[in-house]
Design a protein. Structure first.
Length: 453
């Protein structure tokens, strides 16, 4: 696609008055090695008012590029500072000529952002091109995996259905929007490229408030919002360089945004020595599912692992009684649905089991649902749950031996992350099964909510 297309962003002007970075000259934006791309990126940062002296980008293998200190930083010292004009937000994407064309075609704000990223990565005149060109080509998240790979690696997990649903949603919307786009833009887009853009955005986005005119200080390890951004509950924004910091649980981290200065800054929370990696913390309570879905990695022995997507299916003999149970569950805020037909089925869930080892694996809401469903104390709903958990656990058996080897060898690659994720699924399912079996051994007169206590 040539730079003369009408939907290209005019490098010198932001749509509707939004501030945009100054692009590099065409000769500077030529493609080259990763080291050359990193040098162009730092030059672009400096020319647009960022302060990032004493830092470099280095390959961290499976983790991609990482940010490293070339000199010492004392606690409290400014490590780097980025003008908010360098942030890439859905509003800036939508305000560009390209974004306006995509929005006019009926795309959501999310799809508009992803099409903007996919197209602008190939456009050397785009104001963010030195940043976008540095983003990793391999898609970080599972939506880029083939169906065969998904089935092989995620069989028996809640993540399999989540990934399929996400891919289906993007594909359906793209199929609706694509015929309404200019012909040349249609030829430059594909589901694979849009899924790549979605993956890099969701794996790198930050809370939208950082790009706004407000002043705010955020500790990501104490904020649940970053998980919400990653799982798509809000779009957030991209902050060049800030997203080059890799994750370490427990690492002290703080993001500072100044409304008056119009900057986003990172200060050293502890001493940083020359050669140290400058790290961040994506949240101390993130499960491996929350890490693997958007970021493409998982941590061994993650104490916050959960097995999600647990849905009870209970056949009902009487439609009126089934609807009464559904209303009772809904009144307590419990997720439920009733199928039609002469023999309706009551679906209750989804729930997640697991979590930190100091808590019960079966969450209170699931126990409440079992209590409401088992009016006659037959323990039938508990038996259904036991069967469901057992089926999920059985599906994870085939990969168990290979996962033990990968974890024992400390594999620092995708195979190692998948092994860590599946090991966590087995661990929390086993804990949940043990609690259910305690329920089945106690007298039937005891309330379900008290069983296993």
């Amino acid at each position: 696609m040539s730079a003369g297309n009408s939907w290209r962003q005019d490098p010198g002007h932001g749509g509707r008055g939004r501030k945009r970075p100054r692009p590099l000259e065409p000769s500077e934006a030529a493609q080259g090695s990763e080291a050359a791309a990193a040098a162009r990126f730092f030059r672009w940062l400096e020319e647009n008012g960022a302060k990032a002296d004493g830092l470099s980008l280095r390959s961290c293998g499976f983790a991609g590029l990482g940010l490293f200190a070339e000199r010492a930083f004392r606690p409290g010292e400014l490590v780097y500072e980025i003008p908010k004009a360098l942030t890439l937000t859905p509003e800036k994407a939508a305000d560009s000529p390209l974004g306006e064309a995509v929005s006019k075609a009926g795309a959501s704000a999310a799809l508009t952002m992803w099409i903007y990223l996919a197209s602008s990565r190939e456009d050397s005149a785009n104001p963010w091109h030195p940043y976008l060109a540095l983003l990793p080509e391999p898609q970080p998240d599972p939506t880029g995996w083939s169906e065969a790979f998904l089935q092989k690696e995620l069989r028996g997990t809640g993540l399999l259905a989540m990934v399929r649903e996400a891919k289906r949603g993007v594909e359906e919307e793209l199929n609706d929007v694509l015929p309404c786009l200019p012909a040349e833009l249609q030829r430059g887009l594909s589901l694979e490229r849009v899924l790549w853009a979605r993956g890099v955005f969701l794996s790198r986005c930050f809370p939208a408030v950082l790009a706004e005119d407000a002043s705010v200080a955020i500790r990501p390890d104490a904020l649940d919002g970053t998980a919400g951004v990653a799982m798509g509950q809000e779009l957030g924004c991209l902050v060049p360089l800030l997203d080059m910091m890799n994750h370490r649980p427990g690492h002290p981290s703080r993001w500072e945004a100044s409304g008056s200065a119009g900057t986003i800054a990172i200060r050293a929370m502890a001493e940083i020595r020359p050669g140290d990696e400058v790290l961040s913390n994506y949240g101390d309570d993130r499960s491996n599912e929350e890490l693997l879905f958007p970021h493409g990695f998982a941590l061994p022995q993650n104490p916050h692992d959960t097995a999600t997507g647990i849905v009870l299916c209970l056949e009902q003999e009487d439609a009126d009684a089934a609807d009464e149970r559904r209303r009772a569950l809904a009144a307590e805020g419990l997720p439920c649905a009733l199928s039609g037909g002469s023999r309706p089925a009551l679906f209750v869930g989804p729930f997640g089991v697991g979590g930190p080892p100091w808590r019960e694996a079966l969450p209170p809401r699931l126990r409440d649902a079992l209590e409401l469903l088992d009016e006659r104390r037959t323990l039938q709903p508990v038996l259904v749950l036991r069967q469901l958990l057992g089926q999920r656990r059985e599906l994870l058996k085939d990969s168990e031996a290979a996962d033990e080897v990968a974890l024992r060898e400390g594999s620092q690659d995708l195979a190692g992350s998948l092994a860590a994720y599946r090991e966590g699924q087995r661990r929390v399912l086993d804990a949940a099964i043990r609690e259910v079996e305690v329920m089945l051994r106690v007298p039937q007169s005891a309330p379900v909510a008290e069983l296993g206590a």
